[in-house]
Design a protein around this ligand. Structure first.
Ligand SMILES: *Cc1c(COP(=O)(O)O)cnc(C)c1O
Length: 395
């Protein structure tokens, strides 16, 4: 018999001895470009708060107003009595923004992948997934009875090969992140959709890191490549990153939405968003369109930070977006660099195997619209010091 204590103890020991044990850093001030960590004022390069919306007055005001009018909770799952008119308003605004016919909101991006992949795929179907796709896609696919295959990261020949080797009369689905969360590179959707179409496959894009970042006014990767009106391209995403709040969505045809309402288990069996979340998200969709300078600042900061890091001699890998990895090689070096950066007032997190391949341990930085030039210069000076100390750059 295994006791609970011995199960937990053994599992923690296993995690510690394989170097996989983590404990989250705690922010002692709001989620902003400057915050407090470990008792220090820091420049924050660790968040997904691309547009600075997490603590934005315009979103907070709307959240407060919605609490006063609508209360603090939805009171039931969406399919029973938890759909308030504001939920449907958010979905209509989101669909209009995305340029798709319809949208359905979920509790999170994670559960969106579970709900959509779990509802769409059946036995006899084929799903082909990029090897660097997000954990929530991998877990969503575990729920699907379809045949599951992986293709090499952004490798169109390999995608072509996998599709050709597994013919089926069932549904074929090619699944990719829009922007890859560890390397910051953009999926070549034009090529992926072309290959998928040659094989009669539908393309499924998880645009968690593309929405609010790419495409006109942040409409996302699918819009960036001009596929938003195509019924054979499904997009899902999160409302927890650039949108600054929490939630996920699937955007596509009206019938897709109808199917998900009826079949997606995270939608059917989990309570709808509280009004404050809905209000803040409605404000976010409005704000990103009304103030295009916010996204312009995000990209200006991104270009500056990347160019300066490269000038200092750092390897930012294949990044094309505000996600800016700085490669340190071994995990120990990346973790040491993260500690040294924190001592110099920069909060940026080291990431090693198995989240990224061995030898490509890195610090993953995300630049936001809210960083000032001073914030970025402070971070760059700290990087220069740490890079030299660790022998990663010359000097
Ligand atoms: C972060 C992320 C998610 C999860 O989104 P949450 O709203 O935080 O649950 C899903 N897919 C990708 C690609 C992500 O980067």
């Amino acid at each position: 018999m295994t006791s609970l204590t011995s199960r937990i103890g053994a599992e923690l020991d296993r995690l510690r001895s394989s170097g996989l044990h983590i404990s989250p850093r705690v922010l002692e001030a709001p989620q902003r470009a400057r915050t407090r960590v470990a008792g220090r004022d820091v420049v924050n390069l660790a968040s997904n708060n691309y547009l600075g919306f997490s603590d934005h007055p315009f979103l907070k005001e709307r959240a407060e107003a919605f609490v006063r009018t609508w209360g603090v909770g939805a009171g039931a799952v969406r399919t029973i009595a938890g759909t308030l008119s504001i939920h449907e308003e958010l979905e209509e605004k989101l669909a209009a923004f995305k340029g798709t016919g319809s949208a359905l909101v979920f509790g999170s991006g994670f559960t969106t992948n579970q709900g959509v992949l779990g509802s769409l795929l059946q036995e006899g179907d084929l799903v082909v997934s990029d090897e660097l796709n997000h954990a929530s896609i991998i877990d969503g696919l575990r729920l699907a009875k379809a045949t599951k295959k992986v293709f090499k990261h952004k490798d169109m020949q390999d995608l072509e090969r996998v599709l050709a080797e597994h013919p089926t009369d069932g549904l074929k689905l090619v699944v990719t992140d829009g922007v890859f969360s560890m390397d910051g590179d953009i999926a070549p959707l034009d090529e992926i959709v072309a290959v998928a179409r040659r094989h009669g496959a539908v393309t499924y894009v998880d645009d968690a890191h593309g929405s609010g970042v790419l495409g006109e006014a942040g409409r996302g990767t699918v819009h960036h490549f001009g596929f938003e009106h195509d019924d054979d391209v499904i997009q899902i995403g999160t409302l927890s990153k650039a949108w600054g709040v929490v939630g996920g969505y699937a955007a596509g045809t009206h019938d897709l939405r109808d199917l998900l309402i009826n079949k997606a288990r995270p939608f059917l069996f989990s309570t709808g968003h509280p009004p404050a979340v809905v209000g803040a998200l409605l404000a976010a969709i409005e704000l990103v369109q009304r103030e295009p300078q916010i996204m312009e600042r995000l990209w200006e900061n991104t270009r500056y930070f990347k160019a300066e890091l490269r000038r200092l001699g750092f390897d930012t890998f294949g990044s094309q977006t505000p996600i800016t990895p700085v490669i340190f090689g071994e995990a120990a070096a990346a973790f040491a660099a993260s500690r040294m950066l924190l001592e110099r007032g920069v909060f940026a997190v080291g990431i090693g195997f198995p989240t990224v391949p061995k030898g490509l341990a890195r610090i993953r930085n995300i630049v936001t619209a809210d960083h000032t030039r001073d914030d970025l210069d402070l971070a760059l000076a700290a990087y220069e010091f740490v890079g030299r100390e660790l022998g990663v750059v010359a000097g």
